[in-house]
Design a binder for this molecule. Structure first.
Ligand code: GLU
Length: 549
């Protein structure tokens, strides 16, 4: 019996060949230098910051080169699959505007290189495995769990590198007849790749981020097809898919680097050219004085739902990741403030060689800048959309009167030096609640008085102001009147005079405006007081001031 007989026994119904598939998946018609990238997550129910990090790189390299970015669902590990995970991945990519050119979702296939769900490509993998068996580069392995555990124990005891290699690869030595006999007897088996490597030899591997690396050849006969589902493992599936889908660049986490020698061998066994690899660094954070990996378990910011829940603009999250994707991104962005992030030319060798340090404070700064540049209408739309999903209370505040809300958020906006106090939509309510009388009245108010705390003095200031100096006709007039009141009440209207002779005054114009501000809003820090007063109008201001007793 021959390898061909063995292959036919294992895959009696597979009639298509590797060549047939090569014809079905012809070379893509793209311009020279166009990059084909893919985001290939496993549907495990979690969209990690590292996943978005990779998807952004995939997107940017494809878009900036006029190439193709596609999404492939790597669902061959059925035990780890979680319901709704695919939806979450698609939702997250859509939310961040990283729409794949090719994908499969909700029964719809977009693109000519699908299916884009691995479990739907079983037949294709079988044809490729059949070919490897025929040429002697794959074989069935009948070792069960106990035998493999025993093998590992022995290896540990002998201090030998673990794995199914060399003399430990027992089933690699079965003859075709023996293997066929076992299969006919109904013994369970997996299919293993037959490695031809020597671990003591090194070969040159060019990782686009880390440059030339010298890796040990692989000598492990890796499982490429599991017995229960007859589905391939990641190692094998990605080789077949990235070949047929004509991926030019694989962007994946550096935890895959140790497996790269296996993958290169598999491409070679078929005579295929391997894609270029960019193994991305871990995303790390500061923890005290040291850096550590951002962890799914310990750090809420590891999950993309964190950013959604707090209401960060998607662009802020993308920009914050771009700054750690390439060290020259910030400089480029400063020189090209109006260009979109996907016009940036990514350079794999400008990625961090160690971990990529993510900093939430930096995200806040980026976000404050982005929100400060939004028009009132844009901020209204974005914050309202967020509130509808995540904050019943902000939604009900906005619903009371949309125009009023827009006017509030427009204070110190749409101007040359806009306010930068909002980092995320969930900050807004805490910054504007006092602008609503019913909210104000429903709370226990803590007035943040500063230098002037004497209630009688405060009341005198408020009364004098409302009776004699209240004037909202213009910002200038408003301030002139406040200053006139200072003169009347013994406070310095001019800070220079005050600094020269502080003892001549009861206080100064800042103290007076603080009283006017705190009595109205309860807060000592607010945006422009004149604008706030304009929105309140005389009656409501009087009403608030009357509450001070
Ligand atoms: N499915 C693999 C994972 O989720 C993808 C690795 C790759 O991009 O090739 O880690």
């Amino acid at each position: 019996m021959t390898n061909k007989d063995l292959a036919n026994l294992i895959f009696p119904n597979i009639t298509k060949t590797v060549e047939d598939y090569e014809k079905e998946y012809p070379k893509r018609d793209l311009k020279e230098g166009a990059i084909v990238s893919r985001f290939a997550p496993s549907p495990t129910g979690f969209m990690h910051l590292g996943g978005l990090f990779q998807a952004i790189i995939d997107y940017v390299i494809a878009k900036s080169s006029g190439g193709v970015f596609f999404l492939r669902n790597e669902d061959t590990d059925k035990a780890r699959e979680v319901d709704g995970a695919v939806e979450l991945i698609m939702e997250t990519l859509t939310h961040y505007g990283l729409i794949p050119d090719e994908y499969e979702f909700d029964g719809k296939i977009v693109g000519n290189y699908g299916p884009y769900i691995q479990s739907e490509r079983k037949e294709i993998y079988h044809a490729f495995i059949k070919h490897l068996i025929e040429i002697g580069r794959a074989y069935p392995c009948f070792c069960d769990k106990e035998e493999l555990d025993q093998m590992r124990e022995n290896q540990e005891a002998m201090k030998v590198r673990p794995g199914y290699h060399g003399r430990f690869a027992r089933c690699s030595r079965l003859s075709v007849d023996e293997a066929m006999e076992k299969i006919k007897n109904g013994e369970k088996y997996v299919i293993r790749f037959r490695s031809n490597g020597n671990f003591d030899n090194k070969f040159e591997f060019d990782d686009l981020r880390q440059g030339k690396l010298y890796l040990n050849e692989n000598d492990i006969d890796e499982v490429i097809m599991k017995s229960d589902t007859m589905l391939p493992t990641y190692h094998f599936a990605h080789v077949v898919d990235d070949h047929l889908m004509h991926t030019t660049h694989v962007v994946r986490g550096e935890e895959w680097l140790p497996s790269a020698p296996k993958h290169i061998q598999m491409f070679e066994a078929f005579g295929f050219e391997a894609p270029k690899y960019i193994h991305t660094p871990l995303i790390v954070k500061k923890d005290g004085d040291s850096l550590r990996k951002i962890s799914k378990r310990k750090d809420p910011e590891a999950s993309m739902s964190y950013y959604d829940l707090l209401g960060y603009p998607t662009l802020a999250v993308i920009e914050s990741l771009m700054t750690i994707i390439n060290s020259n991104y910030e400089e480029w962005h400063t020189i090209n403030p109006d260009k979109k992030f996907d016009e940036f030319i990514f350079s794999a060798n400008k990625m961090s060689t160690s971990g990529a340090l993510y900093d939430l404070m930096k995200l806040d700064d980026i976000s404050k800048n982005i929100i400060s540049k939004m028009s009132k209408d844009e901020l209204y739309e974005k914050s309202y959309e967020w509130a509808c999903k995540h904050s019943e209370s902000l939604k009900s505040i906005i619903d009371k009167d949309v125009e009023y809300y827009k006017n509030i958020i427009n204070i110190e906006r749409e101007s040359e030096k806009p306010r930068k106090d909002i980092a995320r939509y969930s900050d807004i309510e805490n910054l504007i609640w006092y602008m609503y009388d019913d909210v104000f009245d429903s709370k226990e108010i803590n007035y943040e008085w500063k230098n002037i705390t004497d209630k009688e003095e405060i009341k005198k200031i408020l009364n004098t102001y409302m009776n004699k100096y209240f004037d909202l006709s213009s910002q200038e007039e408003w301030f002139n009147k406040v200053k006139l009141m200072c003169d009347e009440l013994g406070y310095a209207s001019n800070m220079k005079d005050y600094k020269k002779n502080p003892d001549n005054f009861k206080g100064n114009v800042i103290d007076i405006s603080t009283v006017l501000r705190v009595a109205l809003t309860s807060k000592c820090m607010t945006p422009d007081l004149y604008s706030i007063m304009k929105l309140f109008g005389r009656d409501r201001i009087l009403n608030r001031y009357n509450k001070i007793s």
